[in-house]
Structure formats: structure tokens, C-alpha cells
Design a binder for this molecule. Structure first.
Ligand SMILES: *Cc1c(COP(=O)(O)O)cnc(C)c1O
Length: 375
């Protein structure tokens, strides 16, 4: 699966379609097959399917090229994230965004409670403060924009400072995705994705991807994946790859609608605050404009009234779906604080809107009507 691969100088919008396919020989399939085999004929480097699988490899080829490194697929985003956290030496210090994904925060709390790591929280939108927290640290965990507060981190500034201090930097790029933000180009060492979200894009699969340019980290992550066994199923890898084929179109449509909905939400009497880095007056707008080629499909907004009012608004949508997760073709809303794991300083009425690819006016009519029920 290499001889007839197109050159990587092609646009990412082309690469999502053309990479990770079988060689173009007569009667070869156009798509990578779902390879269902737990073992392989002796004599090759793989030998057993906990090490690798041709269907995963096709997916890894595509995401690796998009991010500019070598990719490894995992059973879920958290599977990949856990493998990366395993790189921290025993007793090591992890600096993490005070508003990172709730699963990452919970896992770090557990590791800290077990004496495995020491955790330092830093406000990710404040590069100076992040850098100040990095002295003597082993790993810096960044998310930008953050889930769900939509804060933006200056990737180049913190990655350069962390490198000087010898701190390994990791960026969870799930929210922006590789078509809008390439953290490795800004100096980040390792990129992680919940491919469950916009990469796979159809809310039908869980998968994680970890990308790095560093051979040593790649080998250590591969070893962890093989020995811990958080490996994706071949069919899941096929679905994720099939989803990625339309990533460029989905991103284009959903982020255009997200911008439009963010503007309309700002003007809605039931909304007190909107966070979307594409809004010119958003605190993250200047840095996002510098490091992202688009602002993505996720909008956070706070409603007037009580948490119950916000919850009622989520229950009142009809076309939109009230459900957790994000990045799919269908638009979802959720009040994040309904989860006990969510950070206590995330506002109680904050609703995360993951914008899909439906018609924007249909979406707005539904959202407007649901919001109006709490006025
Ligand atoms: C969903 C999510 C994860 C976890 O990924 P899973 O595939 O659910 O394990 C990690 N980071 C972010 C930003 C996410 O949104």
C-alpha cells in the first residue's frame, strides 16, 4: 500500500480521499479490505494481530499524513491518551489545561491519587502562566480549543518554551481536527485524537489516534498498544477511514453553519454568552486566527435562568439531538455539567453545540424555538 500512493504535497482535502488505498493494479479493490485475521503467515514483522492490521495501517497512513507524523490507531481516544500518559516516568509532573476533556482530567486525578504522577493545572489561554508551570515538569498536556469552554492556547508559544525546558508537549487536536490545525507544525511533540468525533464523523464508532514525528516515542507507544492491547477492531478502522473520506466536505459545511449559529445565538434574548473562536470579539479569536485555518464546528453558549432551564432547552430540541459526543454529521446539544466528572468551574448553564451538516436554517429554527421555551 505504498508504491502508487499520491505525493504528500497534495492538498489535505485531496489526501483524505486518495491516501490509504491498495495499489492501483488490475482488479485490485479500490478500498482497503476489512482484514479479519488474528494471525499472519510467519516471516513478516507483524505476525500477530495485536501488533498491526492492514485496515488500521490504511487509516494510520491518512491521519499520519494529515498531521505530519506517524500515526497509531487505538481502541478509543482514551486508549490512545492512556498510552501517551504512560510515557511519563513514575512520580513525573504533568501540566494540564485546567479545562481539558473531562476523561483526561479524571484519569490524571486517578493517576495522581495512586501516586503515579503529580498534576499541575494551568489556564490554557494564558501562555505565560502555562510556561511558568512547566519548570521541572515532564509533560505538558494542551487542548485547544478546549472541551467544552472553547478557550484557545497559543500553541507555538507554549511548545517553544516547553521544548527549551525539556518538557514533552502533547496536544489533543480532537476539536479542531487536522484540516484546521496541525499542532506538530507549531512545535508540539505528540498529537492525540478521539477519532470517534469528527475524523470518523458518523457517531458509529469509537477510535483513538496518536501521531508523532519522534521515532522513539512512536516505538514506545506501539509497544504499549501491543502489550496493553487497546487495539481497534478492523471493522471500526474501516468505518473511521470511510468517514475520513468526506472530512473536508463535512468540516466545510459544519463550520460555516457553526459561525452562522454562533452569530445568531449572540443576538438571542435567552443566551447570555457565546464562545466560538470564529467570533471577532471572542477572547481566543486572534490566536485562533494565527494557528487555525478555520474555527471548527463546536459552539459553547450559556443560557439565562437556572441549570434546569438549560436542561429543559436541551430537552426541547426536535431536529437536533440531545446527546453527548460531537463531530458527527448530526447536530448535538448537551449541558456539560450534567456530568459529575465535568469541571466545577464550567458554568452550570453552558450548553455545547456540535454542529452537523444539516441545513443551517432548519437548525436555527429548532434551536431558536427550544431557547424561546425558557424565556
Ligand atoms: C471524546 C474526547 C476524548 C475521548 O475520546 P473517546 O474516543 O471517547 O475515548 C478525548 N478528548 C476530547 C477532546 C474528546 O472530545
Amino acid at each position: 500500500m505504498s508504491a502508487s500512493q499520491p505525493p504528500e504535497s497534495l492538498s489535505p482535502e485531496t489526501l483524505v480521499v486518495s491516501l490509504g488505498r491498495p495499489d492501483k493494479s488490475p482488479d485490485a479493490p479500490v478500498n482497503v479490505p476489512v482484514v479479519l485475521s488474528s494471525t499472519f503467515h510467519a516471516g513478516g514483522p507483524v505476525a500477530y494481530a495485536r501488533t498491526s492490521n492492514p485496515t488500521w495501517e490504511a487509516l494510520e497512513t491518512v491521519v499520519g499524513a494529515l498531521e505530519g507524523g506517524r500515526a497509531l490507531a487505538f481502541a478509543s481516544g482514551m486508549g490512545g491518551i492512556s498510552a501517551v500518559l504512560d510515557l511519563v516516568p513514575s512520580g513525573g509532573v504533568v501540566v494540564v489545561s485546567s479545562h481539558s476533556y473531562s476523561g483526561v482530567a479524571a484519569r490524571l486525578r486517578d493517576l495522581e491519587a495512586a501516586g503515579r504522577v503529580v498534576v499541575r493545572l494551568a489556564p490554557v489561554h494564558d501562555a505565560e502562566s502555562v510556561v511558568a508551570s512547566c519548570a521541572g515538569a515532564d509533560l505538558l498536556w494542551i487542548e485547544t480549543p478546549t472541551n467544552p469552554a472553547m478557550e484557545v492556547c497559543d500553541l507555538a508559544a507554549v511548545a517553544a518554551a516547553a521544548r527549551e525546558l525539556g518538557v514533552l508537549t502533547v496536544c489533543d487536536n480532537t476539536f479542531a481536527g487536522p484540516l484546521l490545525q496541525r499542532p506538530i507544525e507549531h512545535g508540539v511533540d505528540i498529537v492525540v485524537h478521539s477519532a470517534t468525533k469528527s475524523l470518523a464523523g458518523h457517531s458509529d464508532v469509537l477510535m483513538g489516534i496518536v501521531v508523532t514525528t519522534d521515532d522513539d516515542y512512536h516505538q514506545r507507544l506501539l509497544r504499549t498498544r501491543t502489550l496493553v492491547g487497546a487495539i481497534p477492531g478492523p471493522f471500526e478502522a474501516y468505518l473511521a477511514l470511510r468517514g475520513i473520506r468526506t472530512l473536508a466536505l463535512r468540516v466545510r459545511q459544519s463550520q460555516a453553519s457553526a459561525m452562522e449559529l454562533a452569530l445568531r445565538l449572540q443576538a438571542h434574548p435567552a443566551v447570555v454568552k457565546v464562545r466560538y473562536p470564529g467570533l471577532p470579539d471572542d477572547p481566543g479569536h486572534a490566536i485562533a486566527s494565527k494557528q487555525m485555518s478555520g474555527f471548527g464546528a463546536i459552539v459553547a453558549f450559556e443560557t439565562i435562568g437556572t441549570p434546569d432551564d438549560a436542561e429543559a432547552c436541551c430537552d426541547a430540541v426536535r431536529l437536533i439531538t440531545h446527546a453527548t459526543s460531537l463531530g458527527g454529521v448530526e447536530t448535538l446539544v448537551e449541558r456539560r455539567r450534567r456530568w459529575p466528572e465535568e469541571r466545577p468551574d464550567i458554568p452550570e448553564t453552558l450548553i455545547r453545540l456540535s454542529v452537523g451538516i444539516e441545513d443551517v436554517d432548519d437548525l436555527w429554527r429548532d434551536l431558536d424555538r427550544a431557547l424561546t421555551t425558557i424565556l
